[in-house]
Structure formats: C-alpha cells, structure tokens
Ligand binder design. Structure first.
Ligand code: 2M8
Length: 425
C-alpha cells in the first residue's frame, strides 16, 4: 500500500533534517556548503518546533565564529569544503582557529533565541545554552551600534551588499557604480557552474563584491578602517529594522534569562535610526559615499522597504508602509522583491524580482505586531501555498510561482514550519 502523502509540516521537518550537518545546517546542498549567519538563525526558528536545544546549538555554532571586535561573520566556513567562492583564503582568515568571513549579515539570532526560549521556557539546559548565546549577541549588537553608525543617526551602515543578505538588489546599483575596481579583484566564481547564470548576479557585480573583500583583507579587518576606507557604505533600511527588532528581543531575554544583556537607550537609538530613513516615497537607504553628497537618499525601492513593520509604527508610518505594500508589491505570488512595474524587475534573477520566504516571514510577523491581522493571515496563507505547491526553493517567480535558485532550501522549510506552528493570531 502506498504511504499517505506527508503533511507540509512533516516535509518541513524532513527538509531541515536532510540539511542538518550536526553542528550547523547548510542553506542548500546545491550552492551553499557552509553555515550562513541569517540562514542559521532562520533555521533555529524552525528547530524551535522540532528540538529547541538543537536550535540553540545552531546559534552557538554561529557565535563561536565571533571576531574579537564582536562582529558575528556572515559565513562560518566548513573545514575542507572548497566548493564555494570566495573561501577563507580570499578573506584572509584561512589560518584562523575558526575560518570565517569578516563581514556580517542582519542580526536575526536574538529574534530566534527568544522564540526558542518560548518553546521550552523551563528547560534548564536550553536556558544555559541561550544565556551563553545572549552574551555573544550582546557583544555583536554593541559592535553594530558603536562601529556601524558613522553618521550618528542610529541606522546601521553596511560595507558590502552581502551584509544586507539581498546581494544584487537594485538598491545597491548606484553605490556599486561609484568606483572602478581593478580587474585583478575578480575571483573564480563557483556559483555559475551549479546554478542557472540567468538567476545569479552579473560579473560586474561579482567584481565589486571581490574588490571589497580584497580591500577589507588589506585593512587587516580593523573595524574602524573598514568603515573609513570602504568605497561602499550605505545605511540599510532592512538591516537597521531587523537590528531594532533584535534589540527588543535581547532586552526581553535579559529579563527572561536574568543575564546582563541589552540596553534600552541603544534600542531606542536603533528605532530612531530606522525612523530617520523615512522619506515621502517610503523607507529608503542612505548612501554615505554618494558623489552628490554624504547621506544621499537611494531612490531605488524594493521589498526591504516593508521591513520597518517589525517596529511599533505610528499611524502615519503604518499607513505609508501599508500603502506601499498594497500598491507596489501585489503579485499572484507575493511578495516580489522589486515592484513588478520597475524597469529593473527581473522575475527570476535573485534579489531583483523573485519572491523570498524569509522576507515574507518578516513582513507577516511585522503585520501581526502592528495589528494588521487580516493582511498577515493572507500573506501567511499565500506563502504556505507557495512552498506546499512548489517545494522548498531558494526563491520563486512572483507571477507563475515557479521555483528558482537552489532547491531543498533550508529557510523556506524552517520558516514555513514556524508559520504553521505559530499561526498568525
Ligand atoms: C546569498 O548570498 C551568498 C553570499 O553571502 C551568495 O550569493 O553566495 C544571499 O541570498 C544571502 O542572503 C544568503 O544568506 C546566502 C545563503 O543562503 O546566499
């Protein structure tokens, strides 16, 4: 007798198990063989509904790679794994005790830690694990507040598009065009052998990604020099919004775990930083290296502009973000990463059009927080049917729903599981 079809929740659990490499979870066997910062934190949110201690271990593995300055790297490299570029030799960390990249990614870990704790609040072993993690997160958050706010606005400035997690989004096009890298900055790509080049960033973007990493290696990863010398320095709306949310969760962990982390003034500053990025068109990044003057607004829209929903918005702010959500990000399979009527919209190319489960998850939780329950439920339903019908893909065509990028992708499974297990109220 054929076995009955498994439920979506069972398939989510099985996908995470399949990508589980013991101490960490690979984003996908097809393209990403190491531990990535925000991917691991999203996976931990899924493990909250399978085995919270396993989720805490995922965060523990990530923060073990913390740099002396407090930065938690965006990649912790797996020893002996060479099928990804750039590897630790390009970052100049191959000889380190824990080879890792030297740039970061949106700090989701505190958000995941809070959900893990809520899953098993009286588990002493879990609490001990999370206490250790929280202390590392405190150093990371303090680093971001101190080192990544060169304009003193409270918004977080990133030094590389990879730090946003939305690598080739149009929002970075102008800033990347501001300087000409030498041809020797190129490194041999490995992604195009394993994925359709029509879904990946262009060579001119990779040349700049490589040039930034090369320059950072030359600064010997001094955090002050990184910010002073990087030709790319942009206050990032989504990074700043997620940081402000993570700050709130770190404060909650302080009370719940009785551990010395979090700082209300720092959290308030992070929130003010996001608010400072508001324009009449919507929330927009600010380029601190723009030729036309320090602090020029980056006019390019993108789904990142909805992420301030994870703050407690006032009525005007909420109305602005909801207007943008309804007007610009409607599609048969929302949310497109770029408005479909934008000239640069490419429905299959990575962060220039496809729908991403992690962004949907942030927007759903933000709508929920701001009392927009009907919208939150609708987007959760649409997101769950997308993964149910098309599998755990890295991203999806916003018009047809067709899967794109790497298959068997961890965060699509982990976050679908979270939406199933913690349904919108
Ligand atoms: C993508 O980024 C990496 C570089 O960090 C890459 O293209 O090789 C992004 O989608 C990023 O957000 C994600 O964390 C990473 C792994 O899934 O892949």
């Amino acid at each position: 007798m054929p076995s009955p079809p498994s439920s979506l929740a069972e398939r989510c659990r099985a996908q995470l198990r399949e990508n589980d490499r013991g101490p960490f979870t690979i984003p996908s066997v097809h393209l990403y063989p190491h531990a990535w910062g925000w991917d691991s934190a999203f996976c931990a949110l899924g493990y909250a509904h399978i085995d919270p201690r396993r989720g805490a271990a995922e965060l523990g593995y990530l923060v073990e790679a913390q740099r002396p300055c407090g930065l938690v790297p965006h990649i912790r490299f797996s020893p002996g794994e060479t099928d990804y570029a750039p590897g630790p030799e390009v970052y100049g960390t191959a000889g380190d005790p824990v080879p890792a990249s030297t740039i970061t990614q949106p700090p989701i870990a505190a958000i995941a830690a809070r959900v893990l704790l809520e899953a098993a609040p009286t588990d002493d072993e879990l609490r001990a694990q999370l206490r250790d993690v929280a202390l590392s997160l405190e150093r990371w958050h303090a680093h971001l507040a101190r080192r990544r706010d060169p304009a003193g606005t409270g918004a977080v400035a990133i030094v590389h598009p990879w730090e946003s997690g939305m690598d080739n989004a149009p929002r970075w096009d102008r800033a990347l065009a501001e300087w000409e890298p030498p041809p020797e900055a190129a490194f041999a790509r490995r992604d195009e052998h394993r994925a359709d080049p029509a879904e990946r960033p262009h060579a001119h973007q990779y040349l700049r990604y490589g040039d930034l990493v090369r320059r950072f290696r030359e600064t010997r990863h001094d955090p002050a020099r990184l910010v002073r010398e990087s030709p790319f320095l942009v206050e990032d709306v989504s990074f700043s919004a997620l940081f402000a949310w993570a700050e709130r969760e770190l404060l909650a962990l302080r009370d719940a775990l009785d551990v010395d982390v979090g700082c209300p003034e720092r959290t308030a500053r992070a929130v003010a930083g996001v608010r400072s990025l508001r324009t009449s068109a919507g929330f927009r990044d600010r380029d601190l290296r723009a030729a036309e003057g320090n602090g020029a607004v980056v006019e390019a829209p993108g789904v990142f502009e909805l992420t301030p929903l994870c703050l407690d918005l006032d009525d005007d702010e909420l109305a602005l973000v909801l207007r943008r959500l309804d007007e610009a990000y409607d599609a048969p399979h929302p949310l497109p990463s770029l408005p479909v009527d934008d000239d640069r919209f490419e429905p299959r190319r990575y962060w220039r059009g496809p729908t991403w489960v992690n962004v949907n998850w942030v927007v759903i939780r933000g709508l929920e927080r701001n009392g927009e329950l009907a919208r939150a439920r609708r987007l959760a339903r649409q997101t769950l049917s997308l993964v149910d019908e098309h599998g755990f893909s890295e991203h999806y065509h916003p018009e047809s729903g067709a899967p794109g990028g790497a298959a068997a992708f961890s965060w699509s499974a982990a976050l679908a599981l979270d939406l199933l297990e913690r349904p919108v109220a």
